[in-house]
Design a protein around this ligand. Sequence first.
Ligand SMILES: [Zn+2]
Length: 397
Amino acid sequence: MSAKETLSQLVHIDSVSSRANREIVSYLAHRCQTMGLLVRQLPYIDDAGVEKLNLIAFSETEGSGSQSPEVELALVGHTDTVPYDPAWQDATNLIEEDGKLYGRGSCDTKGFIAAALTAIESIELKALRRPLALVFTADEELGLIGAKHLAAAQALHARYAIVGEPTSLRPMRAGKGYCLASFTVRGREAHSAYPSFGASAIFRAARLLTAIENIAGEIRSDQHADFDPPFTTLNVGLIQGGTAKNITPGECQFTLEWRPVPGQESSRVLELIKSAIAREQTHDQDFVVEIEVGRKDGGFETAPDSSLVRLMEEFSGRPAGTVAFGTEAPQLHELGAEAIVFGPGDIREAHRTGEFVPVAELDRCVEILSKAVRHYCFQESRDSPEGPALNSDGPSA
Ligand SMILES: [Zn+2]
């Protein structure tokens, strides 16, 4: 089956994150079993009480029966998509127009999954010298939840991983993290004509926000030159507080997100903010702030001279870059892998009505993934730069 046909079938299965993903996982499991891969489904219950499944499909290894298969290379794709506008009538019907394939998930990230399946189908699995895995996750769009379950369970170990995301076929070797916290600043309500009877939560929040803005400035000195911008960014995107114009506000809430550069602890910003709160408390003992941390995902970085980075640069013909958006690469890193993010389609097209993947990129992705699989899983010695498999005829994808 061609990558385009596979993509059409994948897009046709509605797998918006809020829904159970059993249908798409059953489809993928069937495809993988037909290829001769062993499959393992790893269920969990999401926050809404819906069963979600992660799926690992792997070639037979000595430890196939063990709890956590060890593989040389894992190709990773998330099964879920963001929701789509009901007015987009063909969201789940793949439509081809001018060399582009339109449909929800075509770009993020079913295009990569279709390419990975096609690449592996074209390979004689019996000839593999080192094991290979396809990893399909749930709830990536809701905060990498499926991948976090896999990492917590140490459900497999991989030496190298290619995490599918739309990068226009450029290998991305590092990514910023993603952190989120909501702050509730307490005050005391009073008639605004007599402010000394109360304490303004909004004035207190303003002092804290000024401190956070200063922290955003300070933390710029922790530079990572490969990113644009080359430092951790902070954003207070939401704020609300108070109940009426003539009441001293009793509460003010705001939401802060920050995207730490790799190498910086995801808790660093939070520690600086807690110090700022402690300083406020020295002259305002009732300065009470409740902090609820929603996300604390660190970044990832694979060294520029990693064989995976070099190889994917060679195969794609493009220098490795970095991404500012969150991916499952840190979880694959926790599973032992040197990871890169790579896939067809442009991230700027993802999550939009009318998202698409170019046919040419989809087909090229099949070729590149086939080469990567041949290099890592066919080659006699993983340390020799060019194994015989690399020079043999690749699949004509
Ligand atoms: Zn994605």
